[in-house]
Design a protein around this ligand. Sequence first.
Ligand code: SAH
Ligand code: SF4
Ligand code: F3S
Length: 470
Amino acid sequence: MKTETTVISREALEQQLAFCNKIQAYWHDRDRVPTAYVETYGCQQNEADSEKIRGILSESGYAMTDSAEGADVVVMNTCAIREHAEQRVFGNLGALTHTKRRHAPQKIFLCGCMAGEEKVVERIKKSYPHVDGVFSTHHLWQFPQLLHRVLTTGKRSYFTEDEAGSIAEGLPQLRDHTLKAWVSIMYGCNNFCTYCIVPYVRGRERSRKPEDILAECRSLIETGTKEITLLGQNVNSYGKDLEENIDFSDLLVKIAEIPGDFLIRFMTSHPRDAGKKLFDTMASNKKIAKQLHLPFQSGSSRVLKAMNRHYDREQYLELVEYAKSVMPKLVLTSDVIVGFPGETDEEFEETLTLVSKVKYDALFTFIFSPRTGTPAATMEDPTTKQQKDIRFTRLCALQTQISEKMHKNYVGKTYRCLVDGVDGDLLTARTEGGRLVRFEGDPSLIGSFVQITIDGSTTWSLTGTLKEDR
Ligand code: SAH
Ligand code: SF4
Ligand code: F3S
């Protein structure tokens, strides 16, 4: 495996953009506007990548559609995090044999995290002959070349060579929203948590230059974006690989200095690298949302060690205590894995007590799924699936109770919210902490920050009334 990050040169990128022009000419000769459908699985990082894939397709003359039926290009941007996610992709990929039969020119591509797994690429080559091309996340920037090759030669092509990873600035991007935008600040991961496949499929940790990130944020804000979510697998280690002396908190401050009324969110924070400087920066800056996604994964120090997380239960609890002390309105969410190999009943109880103690607003709960090539996949695992299911159900029930209670606490209080859409006769808005609120109002409010007094709650959402004297 190559260990150096490749920064894609301007010339190399221009060559790719030239392929976009050639693809346009190809369709111009055929006298029709081609269509493309991009299906995204997995996390926000993939959502952000899909915006680049759509950008490339749009630059190549394709109009986007919302179904694979009749589309000239179908791209499946996949997730490898759990077995179940992969099975869904293989199922949906199989179904594309029919859409291709009904529309012979259809070209099908698979990319994203699954494309970084050798065994997946082999399976596609052997058993999915209707798939025309595969490219891993490292090769996303070369998609124009791949698409051109497939169109003009009709041959199946693969850009899946294993690399440490690349940074390509200046790719075209077709964003999903104008109000809210994802901005990747770094790619890859160096943490090698023993259960996780991400470092193998997304390569080494690499930070974008602050000036490139700032230019992107500035242009977004100038064109009406009100909420920017900074993305990275572990945003707290931002800058460690840069020559410049800058860390994540410094970057947050620089972005917040851009003039305008907007909110900054970010994910994900690894508890190992999050600390007082970050929380103090959040607390003292109005433009940074008081929202923190701080995955703990397990409440047991023994399990955390086996997961290679580099913090223990006590350190995690101390961190949360400090964050809450400087941000009393903090909205806290987390990820947790149930049934890590060797997790005992007592260790699982420690997860429950941690959840009761911290009181998260929401929790993303997962049952351990062995991923080939990761250390945890070969660890002894005497716990049965049935036992794990029981633990999982207990954890979900506990969190539902907590979420309900947390939401009830909103009632009677007033929150600053960004109005972001309509839902039937009502408008939707998000609190600074990211909670969904429905309320009555004029659609002209979409895109502005308003004060809403909460008057009702369910487990997952809130209802409120607009406070007129904004
Ligand atoms: N970088 C983020 C997490 C990205 S993956 C972090 O470190 O917090 C999102 C979540 O998927 C993880 O937090 C973990 O809870 C879950 N996950 C990852 N690998 C898994 C596996 N093999 N089985 C079950 N859940 C897993
Ligand atoms: Fe996976 Fe751990 Fe990296 Fe998160 S920090 S992406 S869980 S290896
Ligand atoms: Fe899945 Fe890749 Fe994200 S494995 S969770 S899409 S980084």
